[in-house]
Design a protein around this ligand. Structure first.
Ligand SMILES: Cc1ncc(COP(=O)(O)O)c(C=O)c1O
Length: 384
């Protein structure tokens, strides 16, 4: 394994956000690293000054970035399509499968709505949606097994957005294989902070936006379609870039769709977004997903231990193989809004989710910042 990165140097050089805030809200939106923002600014200047002539310089960023995503997920680049967000990726999957009346899609109660509405919309086709109820924030594998009886698809988040509960992907992928159920993974709350190896734990579909833990701009998403199920789908979103491109003088309307997942990229992509994403991916891959996850676990452990000792309720199930970058806490007597305000006045950026305060640090945060959170939460708000 590569050596541990110098997280403090990265913090200093790449994360100006740390000069103003204790930023602990990557589960909502990641700040852009300096190199990402710089690349996007250079892009803007180049297109300002040269218009279409700037395209040739920046277009190669598309395939380079696709290659970096493939490296991050341990899949082939031709299984990766760029979308505009998680929702679009999930919608492409939902709308491209030839459903039959009575088909069942299983999902989880408490999923972020982006991973619910595309499946509920299939009710119009006679598809049923079945919900698994988590128990105390935990998704029990036996409950999933029960719900999957006779189902066609499991649509699940890798990490639940409010509790931070991470499913055991090895167990879930094995279960779906055993039960001949398709698996669609919303990975937005994990990719960038936790290692994801889709060669070791194969899913059929995986969708995510890059705006959170990948520290990249809004408006770019990724859809992975496992080559093994490619022909099951009839793409619902074809366009001029879904077919192999030749030239502007020779459109052949009968051209077949591209073999690759590029067939889902129906038209012009966000080149500025991809140029930014390329930089963020290089930063994260150089740091190493395994090291990043270990660092973030140190930070969330420090917080969880200190807050537990002080009587806070830890809403995130503290099970080693279900932890993520998210720690959600509550206090038995103090409302989440008050806790949140105590953080806010100290320029600590967190979020309120489902009655708790969600804290989501990343690789550049420090133990001192975790201690500052505990101190801020301990402060009794003076109201007059
Ligand atoms: C689990 C999950 N899926 C999806 C999204 C966002 O979806 P999109 O990228 O389409 O905006 C979020 C967060 O906002 C989320 O937590």
């Amino acid at each position: 394994m590569s050596s541990t990165p110098d997280f403090l140097a990265l913090r200093r050089e790449q994360f100006p956000v740390t000069e103003r805030y204790i930023y602990l809200n990557h589960a909502a939106l990641g700040p852009l690293p300096r190199r990402t923002a710089d690349a996007m600014a250079a892009f803007a200047t180049d297109f300002r000054d040269r218009g279409v002539l700037a395209e040739a310089k920046w277009t190669p960023a598309i395939e380079r970035t696709r290659g970096l995503i493939a490296q991050l997920l341990h899949v082939a680049a031709d299984e990766i399509a760029f979308t505009k967000n998680t929702s679009q990726g999930l919608s492409i999957v939902a709308n491209s499968i030839p459903w039959q009346r009575g088909d069942v899609v299983v999902t989880i109660r408490g999923e972020f709505p982006a991973n619910v509405y595309p499946w509920l919309a299939l009710r119009a086709l006679g598809v049923q949606v079945r919900f698994v109820e988590p128990r105390n924030g935990q998704i029990m594998i036996d409950d999933v097994r029960q719900a999957l009886r006779g189902a066609r698809m499991l649509a699940i988040s890798w990490v639940q957005y409010s509790t931070g509960f991470r499913i055991d992907l090895a167990a879930i992928t094995a279960l779906c294989r055993e039960m001949h159920v398709l698996l669609s993974l919303d990975a937005i709350q994990g990719v960038g902070v936790l290692p994801l190896d889709l060669a070791a734990t194969p899913v059929d579909f995986c969708a995510f936006g890059v705006q959170k833990w990948l520290l990249a701009p809004q408006g770019v998403g990724v859809l992975y379609v496992n080559r093994a199920v490619r022909d099951l789908l009839t793409p619902a979103n074809v366009g001029w870039l879904s077919v192999a491109w030749r030239d502007y003088a020779a459109f052949d309307y009968e051209s077949p769709l591209m073999e690759s997942a590029g067939r889902y990229e129906e038209g012009t992509r966000s080149l500025v977004g991809l140029a930014g994403l390329e930089q963020s991916l290089q930063l994260l891959l150089a740091a190493g997903p395994v090291h990043i996850a270990a660092q973030v676990a140190i930070l969330t452990d420090r917080l969880a231990t200190a807050l537990h000792e002080r009587g806070y309720r830890i809403l995130t199930p503290l099970l080693a193989n279900h932890r993520s970058g998210i720690l959600t806490i509550a206090h038995p007597h103090t409302p989440a809004q008050i806790l949140f305000d105590r953080l806010r006045v100290r320029r600590i950026v967190a979020a309120i989710r489902e009655g708790g305060v969600r804290i989501s640090p990343h690789l550049y945060n420090t133990l001192d910042e975790m201690d500052a959170v505990v101190e801020a939460l301990d402060t009794v708000t003076v109201t007059s």
